[in-house]
Design a protein around this ligand. Structure first.
Ligand SMILES: *[C@@H]1O[C@H](CO)[C@@H](O)[C@H](O)[C@H]1NC(C)=O
Ligand SMILES: *[C@@H]1O[C@H](CO)[C@@H](O)[C@H](O)[C@H]1NC(C)=O
Ligand SMILES: *[C@@H]1O[C@H](CO)[C@@H](O)[C@H](O)[C@H]1NC(C)=O
Length: 260
């Protein structure tokens, strides 16, 4: 009985394998980038009174070579707002992701397909991104799903910290928590040298912005690069980057990635 079952299974495997092969050969290997953090990574560019103006700068145009892993864990052609079905608590607008991907492809057309994995959620603090918490688990789950039909994680883009600038205790413990988060993530994604590009906050509502900023700039883990948001324009809410600033940030991140 057992051997018959094995034979059936074997025959079945032989039947399905060619089909799977055809399927996967039509799917291109992806350069995967994880986007995580809070609202500035998710994108609020062009959002006024909880309505997005719909303006997509040319640097953020869709491109058949740029895909996005949607909330259902399927790949689709990416378009703004990249986090529209992920960061659902607020209206999403333009973030740095599309400008980043277009700039990377512009400079290196041999790269192939870029797969963006949006995971950022507005208003979240570093404690909520700790291993074992929901945001962390989602990040790992979405990343694992992104690799299923072939790809390499090229980098994590991380823009967070504003929520940790309000209390001294949060700000003081930020560096340790951030380092732990990066190390845990690399361990769980089985990529000990996974490149991480983080954005240093330039200003904020909280009193302890300088503590958090110093922590970000002071990370000494290997392969963690910092891009500075200083000088980038803020919207009238004084809390989020404008669409123009998000494009500039995307270009800065692309520059940092290509230089690495
Ligand atoms: C946003 O809402 C405020 C207050 O209701 C209003 O004064 C302003 O005109 C609105 N702005 C836009 C662009 O709709
Ligand atoms: C982080 O955010 C959560 C949810 O908003 C909150 O409960 C918590 O007090 C915040 N701070 C820390 C240090 O966990
Ligand atoms: C967004 O980034 C800008 C520039 O660093 C910063 O001033 C602001 O506090 C950030 N906002 C949030 C909500 O993270």
């Amino acid at each position: 009985m057992l051997s018959l079952l094995s034979m059936v299974l074997l025959a079945y495997a032989c039947l399905v394998r060619p089909a799977q092969f055809v399927y996967s050969s039509t799917i291109q290997w992806k350069n995967i980038f994880i986007l995580a953090g809070q609202s500035n990574m998710s994108g609020r560019g062009g959002v006024v009174n909880e309505t997005w103006d719909g303006i997509v700068p040319p640097e953020c145009s869709p491109n058949p070579e740029i895909l996005r892993l949607n909330a259902e864990l399927s790949w689709e052609e990416a378009s703004e707002p990249l986090h529209r079905d992920i960061d659902v608590g607020k209206t999403c607008g333009v973030g740095p992701g599309m400008a980043f991907a277009n700039a990377v492809l512009d400079k290196d057309s041999s790269l192939g397909v870029v797969g963006l994995v949006p995971c950022a959620i507005g208003g979240t603090n570093i404690s909520e991104w700790a291993r074992g918490r929901h945001l962390y688990d989602e990040l790992v789950r979405r990343t694992a799903a992104s690799l299923q039909d072939g790809g390499t994680i090229r980098a994590v883009l991380w823009y967070q910290g504003e929520s940790d600038t309000v209390n001294q205790k949060d700000a003081d413990s930020y560096k340790g928590k951030l380092e732990k988060f990066f190390s845990d993530l690399r361990y769980d994604l089985q990529s000990p040298m996974l490149p991480i590009f983080q954005v240093a906050l330039a200003s904020g509502e909280g009193k302890f912005i300088e503590t958090v900023r110093r922590a970000q700039l002071g990370i000494t883990l290997p392969n963690v690069k910092c891009v500075d948001a200083k000088g980038l324009g803020l919207k009238a809410d004084h809390l989020h980057l404008t669409t123009t600033a998000q494009v500039q940030l995307g270009l800065k991140l692309a520059h940092a990635f290509l230089a690495s």
